[in-house]
Design a protein around this ligand. Sequence first.
Ligand SMILES: Cc1cc2nc3c(=O)[nH]c(=O)nc-3n(C[C@H](O)[C@H](O)[C@H](O)COP(=O)(O)OP(=O)(O)OC[C@H]3O[C@@H](n4cnc5c(N)ncnc54)[C@H](O)[C@@H]3O)c2cc1C
Length: 258
Amino acid sequence: MNVLLVYAHPEPRSLNGAIRDFAVQRLRDAGHQVQVSDLYAMQWKAQLDGADTKAQPGNAPFHPSLDSKHAFENGLQSDDIAHEQEKLRWADAVILQFPLWWFSMPAILKGWVERVYAYGFAYGVGEHSDERWGDRYGEGSLAGKRAMLIVTTGGWESHYSPRGINGPIDDILFPIHHGILYYPGSDVLPPYLVYRTSKVDEARFAGIREELGQRLDMLGTTAPIPFRRQNAGDYRIPQLTLREEVEPGAVGFAAHVQ
Ligand SMILES: Cc1cc2nc3c(=O)[nH]c(=O)nc-3n(C[C@H](O)[C@H](O)[C@H](O)COP(=O)(O)OP(=O)(O)OC[C@H]3O[C@@H](n4cnc5c(N)ncnc54)[C@H](O)[C@@H]3O)c2cc1C
């Protein structure tokens, strides 16, 4: 498979750096082609702004989504954005690896998503009508690809358990899993998590190599999280609410998983 690893940590000699090096080696040893987008090393520009298009600036105010659409459709995107989109088209599997910072991804990775996920590429795709609401949530330009998170957290596993004070990890990661990876069509695999990072030592790192190694060996076969598909009948369109007969009474993030 072609695997794109998008990596967001500022320090190569960190735990994340060691995990990344292990993951890349493991994947290559298994015969996969691997590209790494090391966002800090690339000095990735995180902020979405008017410099993202090569179109001549006119008098019209900058519009984040419409200017993105125009640049995407007319080959006027800045080169760094177009290059990352090429990598996504090339990839059969995409891994986002990052330390959990303030209950989400580091800003530089969020900026990668905001800029690379252009209008027409990752959103605004397909027919929007009273029968269909675009190609998204299970359909879209990244359909057929696999996606997985590798996330490290300072918090303990119990802190992220169903009754843990931080909230369940599935809920915390839902906006990334469902809103960023599933939205443009990828099949989302369960994440690989390393909790309580301050207690990682050589012995625990050996366990990480073992567990993560197995997960990477099964990258092409692991069953994805069974998110409901938008256009497969579970949702009323255009309201985009679950039909009354689908798991009556179920609300919240978990209701969107079959
Ligand atoms: C801005 C910010 C916000 C944060 N928000 C949250 C949050 O919302 N929720 C939360 O849970 N946590 C949060 N944290 C904590 C953060 O998630 C952890 O600090 C991070 O996941 C640790 O990853 P690291 O790669 O930086 O680890 P490092 O600090 O590099 O390493 C962690 C441990 O691993 C050991 N180690 C490193 N490399 C190896 C190796 N090769 N072999 C064996 N041991 C090794 C180190 O000795 C160290 O003990 C936050 C941290 C910051 C800075």
